[in-house]
Design a protein around this ligand. Structure first.
Ligand SMILES: [Zn+2]
Length: 176
């Protein structure tokens, strides 16, 4: 449809390409036009071997398609949220539960038993915070409150210092 609208008349072969390497589709019919993660390399090589000479027409089409690429999905629907509404704490990297406790230098999930070093769990939480609040500055106080279960503010500060660049001094300092 799009190609016709653009005035290009070339045949199209369609495949469904699954790029998630952890994905499996059981009992997929053998003749279906599906490319699984383990087949992608072989498929690309085959495409390379089979392609005909690239002409000006192909280049024009490629440029047209690139120019029509939509960066932001019009179907993106984010719920509205505010910091105060969100449950604080560290989420489990395995099950996503928020009932994670700390013993020594280890986070332990009370739901699934998953263990993770506190430092990597805090850094994961910082990433989540940045994703949720891209305009907020990362400070010791902010992350201390966000992680909640880490009882030592000094420890949060040390983790941030080790992994981020500090900007500014004293109470105005933040990390990026
Ligand atoms: Zn868990």
């Amino acid at each position: 449809m799009l190609l016709q609208k653009l005035g290009f008349n070339i045949p199209i072969n369609a495949w469904i390409v699954f790029i998630n390497s952890e994905f499996t589709l059981y009992q997929a019919p053998l003749d279906s036009p599906i490319i699984f993660p383990t087949q992608i390399n072989r498929f690309l090589k085959k495409l390379d071997r089979n392609t005909s000479k690239i002409t000006q027409k192909h280049r024009a089409l490629a440029e047209k398609l690139v120019s029509l690429h939509i960066q932001e999905s019009p179907y993106k629907q984010l719920p509205t949220y505010e910091y105060a509404q969100l449950q604080k704490g560290i989420s489990c990297k395995m099950c996503g539960g928020i009932s994670v406790l700390i013993e020594g230098k280890t986070c332990i999930c009370t739901q699934c038993g998953q263990q993770e070093p506190v430092e990597s769990a805090v850094l994961r939480s910082v990433k989540e915070f940045k994703l949720l609040f891209p305009n907020e500055r990362i400070t010791t106080n902010v992350i201390f409150d966000w992680c909640r279960v880490v009882k030592s503010k000094r420890k949060i500060g040390e983790i941030l210092k080790r992994n981020y660049k500090i900007v500014g001094v004293h109470q105005w300092a933040y990390y990026e």
